[in-house]
Design a protein around this ligand. Structure first.
Ligand code: GDP
Length: 194
């Protein structure tokens, strides 16, 4: 698969407003600052598509992007676990995620982003638990691989997978800076959309 075209469609604050017209949804979730916006831009060959920020925790809304003329939709969920967010914000996030997973009419898969160098935390585990519970296929995208030594990457990815109870095959090593992982992600995406 190739992404030839990607356009911003809308931002929603309440998942109730997610239109049923968006067929073939593919969600991107992850801890704030994991590199989600940058990765979406890398996949779509458009550095300005999703807003990227050096300040974590800025995106609170759900952004929808149409890809390849409505062949599928990227649903960019807000980042979680921003350390300055209050408990209320955290609860709001998990409610939003659960509402999305239960109410999305045509969710094909979730791409769960985790920094390759950072140990998964309870929020990361909770997020995967939700996916398992609601039977949503997912794959982990281990981000920012360029910040690690090439020879260490395999071990880091295996350790990451095992620490969240997954097989190594469920983790894709990525870097938006060194442009690593796009083909593997798009191949997976194609399988999920089939
Ligand atoms: P988000 O909060 O998950 O959407 O994260 P962003 O995409 O805004 O990225 C957070 C920070 O990490 C920014 O400073 C990015 O430039 C940086 N970043 C994102 N992806 C990569 C990557 O692959 N490699 C490196 N070195 N930095 C990255």
């Amino acid at each position: 698969m190739e992404i030839k075209n990607a356009e911003f469609v809308t931002t929603i604050v309440d998942i109730k407003n997610l239109s049923k017209d968006y067929k073939n949804q593919v969600a991107f979730v992850g801890r704030s600052n994991a590199g989600k916006s940058t990765l979406i831009n890398y996949l779509c060959n458009n550095s300005k598509l999703a807003r990227t920020s050096k300040t974590p925790g800025l995106t609170k809304n759900v952004n929808i992007f149409s890809v390849n003329k409505n062949s599928f939709y990227i649903v960019d969920l807000p980042g979680y676990g921003y350390h300055q967010a209050g408990k209320q914000d955290e609860e709001r996030w998990s409610t939003l995620l659960e509402n999305f997973l239960t109410q999305s009419e045509d969710l094909k898969c979730v791409f769960a982003l985790m920094d390759l160098r950072v140990k998964p935390n309870d929020d990361d585990r909770q997020m995967l638990k939700f996916c398992n519970y609601y039977c949503i296929p997912f794959v982990v995208l281990a981000t920012k691989a360029d910040k690690t030594k090439k020879l260490e990457r395999e071990k880091l990815a295996t350790d990451l997978a095992h620490s969240i109870g997954l097989a190594r095959a469920n983790v894709i090593i990525t870097s938006s800076v060194d442009k690593i992982g796009k083909n593997e992600i798009l191949t997976k995406l194609e399988q999920f959309l089939d």
